[in-house]
Design a protein around this ligand. Structure first.
Ligand code: GLA
Length: 413
């Protein structure tokens, strides 16, 4: 009898994976890094420095201005929240001047507004900006995060050895889980390995992390967004199959509403991120964002594509002379026919919009009962179209047209 119990226990512990039941759809929220960086100068720049006030303010706006009601729920600190040294007992301490009430108070504030709280650390000796990393303190720090009621941990990979990450990242994920407090686990494991010339073990990564960075940090420019789009398109055979409910590729933050993207480009970032089933982490000053950018970030139809419960990452299915078509299978399904979100992207810069004409069949929409087609930005309903119907869209330079084709069931069903 005892040995049977032992065998059951043993087999249930064979999977040392994360399996925390979180991030069944890509996480949505706000993250400080791209917009606010490592601004620690609260004396000269009190409104923009990394401080508890900044996170409280963003929390308030996420709730008051409608972001929470469309799905944004995490308020996440990035780098530069720490004191340069641990306490005498080896604990992590938030900067005493900029977070005078400490992390637990901030976490409580965010939770009291109905949102969730995320924090940043680094697997190595230091964070990328030079604050204490977790190495040597993994267990202590995991417990500390649980005590602070953290809901989401981004673990960066500066000042660490990429070869050690297979063990280090998986161990820390297990420690987080072992605290009994469920925390979304965001890893930078593959990106540092890729830069070190190591082929990441994506099957291990997707069992231990809820999301992971594959590529460069996003910067405030269209060139940076284009680079990321190209990376995910050019490497899709390797990358796309790893995404699914509970585990996502992370092409980095949304920079919509900052200085670098035009209105068209911002729409393109949002459309492609939703095709990629990407986490939607806004990094923007919500106090000053212009209404048209807010409108993009709150587009419920595109958010629904991103959050599609099937969790299948989309792909670039066409690329020629600056025109790209991206496609993502989504629900509802009829038999084995999916519905689809389709993004037509114009990477050309020749001033006038470009026409793209294509039949549904050419896009892979082959169900004879047809598809109800609508434009997700323009709110145009094209009605039910069939595989042989040719559709024509006009796409602005560096812009996008995004359609959804919802599979139709045969009339006699
Ligand atoms: C790395 C990460 C960024 C950000 C910074 C903070 O570069 O990739 O997302 O967290 O570190 O220093």
């Amino acid at each position: 009898m005892l040995s049977i119990v032992w065998i059951i226990l043993l087999s249930s512990s064979l999977c040392n994976c994360l399996d925390n039941g979180l991030a069944k759809t890509p996480p949505m929220g706000w993250l400080s890094w791209e917009r606010f960086r490592c601004n620690t100068d609260c004396v000269n720049d009190p409104d923009n420095c990394i401080s508890e006030q900044l996170f409280q303010t963003m929390t308030d706006i996420v709730v008051a201005d409608g972001y929470a009601s469309v799905g944004y729920e995490y308020i996440n600190i990035d780098d530069c929240w720490l004191e340069k040294h641990r306490s005498h007992e080896g604990k992590l301490v938030a900067d005493r001047k900029r977070f005078p009430n400490g992390i637990k108070a901030l976490s409580d504030y965010i939770h009291s507004r109905g949102l969730k709280f995320g924090i940043y650390e680094d697997y190595g000796n230091y964070t990328c900006a030079g604050y204490p990393g977790i190495i040597g303190y993994e267990e202590k720090d995991a417990l500390q995060f649980a005590e602070w009621n953290v809901d989401y941990v981004k673990l960066d990979g500066c000042y660490a050895l990429p070869y050690d990450m297979d063990l280090g990242y998986s161990t820390f994920g297990r420690l987080l889980n072992g605290t009994g407090k469920s925390m979304v686990y965001s890893c930078s494991w593959p990106v540092y390995q890729i830069y070190a010339g190591i082929q990441p073990n994506y099957s291990a990564i997707q069992t231990h992390c809820n999301l992971w960075r594959n590529y460069d940090d996003i910067q405030d420019s269209w060139a940076s967004v284009e680079n990321i789009i190209d990376y995910y398109g050019n490497n899709q055979d390797l990358i796309a199959p790893n995404a699914g409910p509970g585990h996502w590729n992370d092409p980095d933050m949304l920079i919509i509403g900052n200085f670098g993207l035009s209105y068209e480009q911002a729409k393109t970032q949002f459309a492609i991120w939703s095709i990629l089933a990407a986490p939607l982490l806004m990094s923007v000053d919500l106090r000053t964002i212009r209404p048209q950018f807010k409108h993009i970030l709150q587009n419920r139809k595109i958010i629904a594509v991103d959050q599609d419960p099937l969790g299948i990452q989309g792909r670039r299915i066409y690329k020629h002379k600056g025109i790209e078509i991206w496609s993502r299978p989504i629900g509802p399904l009829y038999q084995n026919f999916y519905s689809y979100a389709i993004a037509f992207v114009n990477r050309r810069t020749d001033g006038t919009p470009s026409d793209i004409s294509v039949t549904l069949k050419e896009l892979g929409l082959i169900n004879y009962s047809g598809y109800r087609v609508e434009d997700l930005y323009e709110n145009v309903d094209y009605g039910v179209l069939y595989p042989n119907t040719k559709i024509k869209v006009k796409v602005n330079p560096s812009g996008v047209v995004m359609l959804k084709g919802e599979v139709q069931f045969p009339a006699d069903l």
